[in-house]
Design a binder for this molecule. Structure first.
Ligand code: SF4
Length: 370
């Protein structure tokens, strides 16, 4: 038995680079615990078969995250009265050329007369300047459906979310941190109880990207907001967040940056595509205490242990959780590998290409290291 009993967290020192200390992300932990063979080959080794296959859910989710971030920047500029903060972090998030193409200042003017029209126009520009294009095999995640989803989010944002003040480190200095896409790079030091009740300490480096941070103006307490898109919004979708490790890890990690972090996260969801039969958007609180963060860290330790056992070509022999071979109603991308003879798997594994691409959150977390 291995269990994290208690933990402390600190920011990763600046002399620790991307490669000098291994790290986990919540998606890596999820992948390895979904199927160790999949998680290690796909998320740790970054090995891929050469296919034309696109990860449409990830791509569309990433575009909607860009839309959500743009709405938050507009909120900082127009509602919180800090246009320079909106502009500075807009350039940092989208890059100079793309931010210029978003006509942020024009829509900031329009916001004064017609906020919903301003957000809708901003959303159209964010989507149009993304890399997303339609795929003939996916009729749900299309440019038209992304726009529809973004318009619904704009209305919902103005009626519900614009009353939450977004964290601003320094109102007089736009270059300081704001609570939009907050990168986190931390080291948890864990008190662990191991085999034969042996206590020991373990360090886990964790990287993540919080979508939005709100701050109570009186107590100064910071609260995480997480944005998600889903094709099936309903009670089942909502319930999964009662235990989801990602938010536990983020709430723990934020404590390295802020003295007061709420043990609650606001989960904000958008349905993509928008359907007539269910709500297009919802938001609700989820709670996480120290024990929940400890549960995440216990799972992260398990993940690291599995990763250590199946390094390099040993990954071929990692446990196969075959109940995951058809998750989300799609065959796993490693199905050809796993259904081949062991001796053939060796050759196939060697011929797979290594993708240098980081996940969108890893990429942004390292880009915006604060
Ligand atoms: S095909 Fe199944 S067993 Fe193989 S990696 Fe994917 S989920 Fe795991």
């Amino acid at each position: 038995m291995t269990r994290v009993l208690d933990w402390r967290v600190q920011r990763t020192p600046s002399d620790v680079t991307k490669t000098s200390m291994p790290y986990v992300t919540s998606s890596l932990v999820e992948a390895v615990t979904t199927c160790p063979k999949w998680g290690i080959i796909h998320n740790v080794q970054h090995k891929r078969f050469v296919t034309g296959y696109r990860q449409m859910a990830l791509e569309a989710g990433s575009v909607m995250h860009d839309v959500f971030a743009a709405f938050n920047l507009m909120q900082i500029a127009a509602v919180q009265g800090l246009p320079d903060h909106g502009r500075f972090h807009g350039v940092s998030l989208y890059g100079e050329h793309r931010f210029e193409a978003l006509s942020f200042d024009k829509y900031l003017e329009l916001y004064k007369q017609n906020p919903s029209r301003a957000l809708e126009k901003l959303a159209v520009d964010v989507i149009a300047t993304s890399d997303f294009y339609d795929d003939e095999n996916d009729r749900n995640r299309t440019l038209a459906n992304l726009e529809h989803c973004a318009f619904e989010l704009a209305g919902y944002f103005l009626s519900n979310l614009s009353r939450f003040p977004i964290y601003i480190e320094d109102e007089n200095d736009p270059t300081k941190t704001i609570g939009v896409e907050k990168s986190m790079d931390v080291i948890f030091t864990c008190d662990v109880i191991g085999e034969f009740n042996n206590p020991y300490k373990e360090q886990i480096r964790f990287i993540g990207l919080g979508d939005v941070l709100y701050q109570n103006p009186e107590t100064k307490r910071v609260k995480l907001g997480e944005y998600k898109t889903t094709s099936t919004m309903g009670d089942g979708w909502r319930e999964q967040f009662r235990t989801r490790h990602q938010q536990s890890g983020y709430i723990g990690a934020l404590q390295a940056y802020f003295p007061e972090v709420a043990d609650e996260c606001i989960l904000i969801g958008s349905a993509l595509p928008v359907r007539k039969t269910s709500a297009p958007n919802m938001h609700f609180p989820i709670h996480r205490d120290r024990e929940a963060v400890g549960n995440f860290l216990t799972t992260a330790l398990f993940t690291l242990d599995v990763m250590a056992q199946y390094r390099d070509e040993a990954a071929i022999d990692a446990p196969m959780f075959t109940h995951s071979c058809n998750r989300y109603f799609r065959p796993c991308a490693l199905l050809d590998l796993c259904s081949a003879q062991r001796e053939d798997q060796q050759v196939m594994w060697e011929q797979m290409i290594i993708s240098e691409e980081m996940s969108p959150s890893e990429f942004k977390a390292f880009l915006r290291k604060e």
